[in-house]
Each structure stands twice: as structure tokens, then as C-alpha cells.
Design a protein around this ligand. Structure first.
Ligand code: HEM
Length: 330
């Protein structure tokens, strides 16, 4: 069975554009997708991204997050990149994305370089996936081969963006359910939350933990009280909504397992971070494991990113290759 499967995959690789096995095997992606049609694709993405990250380190975090927010809404189909116009209501205005999702200009820059090199070939959805991997590597995280061949959506879903993407004050069960609805499990949840080893959060995303976590006017008791006092300096009870804080205050721009070590010290910034330790035994064990073993965290992170990148891609002749990631081709 395994042998005949690998033979089928080999056949598909050789005859990819014509092959019926797309249908037989269901949609699937593979790293060599652009090897003939645009061999420079990955180099182009990496070099533009490296420049952007050198200019502003946070861009790596922002692009990693864009892939997540794309994949959880109608699959990894670049729906998040569409601007609102004509019939499209952009996902950029959703609760998780408004005043928060960023990095769109870098994607534009990558897309226009790719359109020059190989017109109408590389999808915006694949750019997001490669950029997420490169962002991880550039900040010191694990490397992996990115399965490719996604195509771009013909629409967006504002409601999908509001409903599917977990909120920082959701309960553990709600967050796990939102992951399970995407085919991801508790191991993926904990490993992928490790993305919060880089990047920033706004005050508004965790304020309630500082002042009124359970409606009793008291701070979250699972947040270190000295750390909380420090956070209150720049995240007042009212105002300062957009003030920025590091998700991992120890090594804010380095991809490492300090995020998990912070959780063990009750210095996770978001409620959704700390509850991985405090609300579920299985996830708590994983937090401890990843805090102890960076190598195991890195391995699992790469696996879970590939799994997330496989959420309902458009393949074959479904969707399109957008020329401009912000608009559908006319
Ligand atoms: C488990 C559920 C998750 C919740 C509730 C959550 C929530 C959040 C929130 C509230 C922020 C700060 C946004 C702001 O205040 O502007 C944030 C930032 C971020 N998230 Fe998550 N997140 C989750 C999972 C993930 C996953 C799976 C990834 C990637 C695979 C990810 C990557 C990031 C990154 C890199 C940032 C920093 C972005 C930047 O600095 O621009 N998050 N997240």
C-alpha cells in the first residue's frame, strides 16, 4: 500500500499539470511545484523578506501570523489579502485583523517581483506559506520544505475571519475546538502557539488580565504580579489600546522556546497563552516538554506548520493565480 502510494505520488510529480491523480488522491501540495515553472520563486521570496526583516524585525512575526489568519478562513487561499471593493468584504476589517494584521506591503513587493520573473505563476497563498517559513528561519527557528501548489480564492469571508480565528480571551476548550474544526489537534495548538516567541501584542488584547479577569475587579491570578504591575505602566485601565508589548519579553525577536519558559513563570502575555499551562493537563505537559527541549519544540513546530498549511487548499483548476494579491483578476 505504502509502495503503490509513493509510486502514485512520483507519477503525479512527473506529470503534475496533466495528472488525474490530483482528483484520485484529493488535493495535495508538494515542495517541487514551481521547480520548472519558476525555479527562482523561493529565492526571490527569501531575499525580499530578508531585506524587510533587516529593516524591521517585527515583519517576520507579522507575516507568520498572516499565514495563520489566512489558513483558518476558507483554507490557505490568500483570502486575507483581498481588499474590500466591488463584491468583496475584506477580512482585513474583522475583529482579529483590524488595527492588527500587517505585512501586506511586503507581500505586494514579493508578488510584483515574482510577476516580473514568472508572470501568472506563483500564487499569493503560496507566497504567504513560504514567507511564514522564511520568517521562522530568519528569526532563528526551524526550517522545513514548504508544500506548494495552492491557488488563490475568488472571495473573502469576514464572518469566517471573526468566527474561526481564536480570540485571546477565549476559553481553552473554545480555542481547542477552533483548532479541531481545522483538523488540528492539541499538539498542534501548543506547538503553533509557540509562534508567540516573536512579535507584539496591543494592550487591548490582554488588558482584562491586568484589571478585571473574572468580572471581580481583580487581575488574573495566573499572571505574575510583578510582571502585571510592569505591564500596567503602559497599558492603563482605559486608553493606550494600541500600545505595543512583546509577546516574549525575554527574547522578543528571536524564535526560541523562551515563550514556553515564560509560561512556566506565569509570564505569558495573553490569556490564551497562559491557559495552555493552567487549564488542561495534556497541554501543560507539552508546555513543560517544549520549555525543556527546544529541539522537540522545533521539530513539532515544523510539522504543525505543514499541517496548518494544508488546510483546504485550492488546487488544480480551482481558484486562480492572482496578479495582484489585493484584487481578483478581471
Ligand atoms: C492559539 C490561539 C491564538 C490566539 C488566541 C492568538 C492571538 C493573538 C493576539 C491577540 C495577538 C496580538 C494581536 C494584537 O494585539 O494586535 C497575536 C499575535 C501574534 N500571533 Fe497569535 N494567536 C493564536 C495563535 C497563533 C498561531 C497559531 C500563530 C502562527 C502560527 C500565531 C502567530 C502570531 C504572531 C507571530 C503574532 C505577532 C504578530 C505581530 O507582531 O505583528 N498566533 N496572536
Amino acid at each position: 500500500m505504502a509502495n503503490s502510494m509513493s509510486f502514485l505520488i512520483l507519477l503525479c510529480l512527473v506529470f503534475a499539470p496533466f495528472c488525474l491523480c490530483h482528483k484520485k488522491m484529493g488535493s495535495y501540495l508538494y515542495p517541487q511545484f514551481y521547480d520548472y515553472s519558476c525555479p527562482q520563486a523561493q529565492e526571490i521570496v527569501k531575499s525580499i523578506l530578508a531585506n524587510a526583516v533587516a529593516k524591521e524585525p517585527r515583519i517576520a512575526a507579522s507575516l507568520l501570523r498572516l499565514h495563520f489568519h489566512d489558513c483558518f478562513v476558507k483554507g490557505c487561499d490568500a483570502s486575507i489579502l483581498l481588499d474590500g471593493n466591488g463584491g468583496i468584504i475584506s477580512e482585513k476589517g474583522s475583529n482579529p485583523n483590524r488595527n492588527s494584521a500587517r505585512g501586506f506591503e511586503v507581500i505586494d513587493e514579493i508578488k510584483s517581483a515574482l510577476e516580473k520573473e514568472c508572470p501568472h505563476t506563483v500564487s499569493c497563498a503560496d507566497i504567504l506559506s513560504i514567507a511564514a517559513r522564511d520568517s521562522t528561519v530568519l528569526t532563528g527557528g526551524p526550517n522545513w520544505e514548504v508544500p506548494l501548489g495552492r491557488r488563490d480564492s475568488l472571495g473573502a469571508s469576514l464572518s469566517g475571519s471573526n468566527n474561526n480565528i481564536p480570540a485571546p480571551n477565549n476559553t481553552f476548550q473554545t480555542i481547542l475546538t477552533k483548532f479541531k474544526l481545522q483538523g488540528l489537534d492539541i499538539v498542534d495548538l501548543v506547538a503553533l502557539s509557540g509562534s508567540h516567541t516573536i512579535g507584539n501584542s496591543r494592550c487591548t488584547s490582554f488588558r482584562q488580565r491586568l484589571y478585571n479577569q473574572n468580572g471581580n475587579g481583580k487581575p488574573d491570578f495566573t499572571l505574575d504580579q510583578y510582571y502585571a504591575a510592569e505591564l500596567r505602566n503602559n497599558c492603563p485601565k482605559s486608553g493606550g489600546d494600541q500600545n505595543l508589548f512583546y509577546l516574549d519579553y525575554v527574547t522578543p525577536t528571536k524564535f526560541d522556546n523562551n515563550y514556553f519558559k515564560n509560561l512556566l513563570a506565569y509570564k505569558g502575555l495573553l490569556s490564551s497563552d497562559e491557559i495552555l499551562l493552567t487549564k488542561n493537563e495534556e497541554s501543560a505537559e507539552l508546555v513543560k516538554l517544549y520549555a525543556e527541549r527546544n529541539d522537540i519544540f522545533f521539530d513539532q513546530f515544523a510539522k504543525s506548520m505543514i499541517k496548518m498549511g494544508n488546510i483546504s487548499p485550492l488546487t488544480g483548476s480551482r481558484g486562480q493565480i492572482r496578479t495582484n494579491c489585493r484584487v481578483i483578476n478581471t
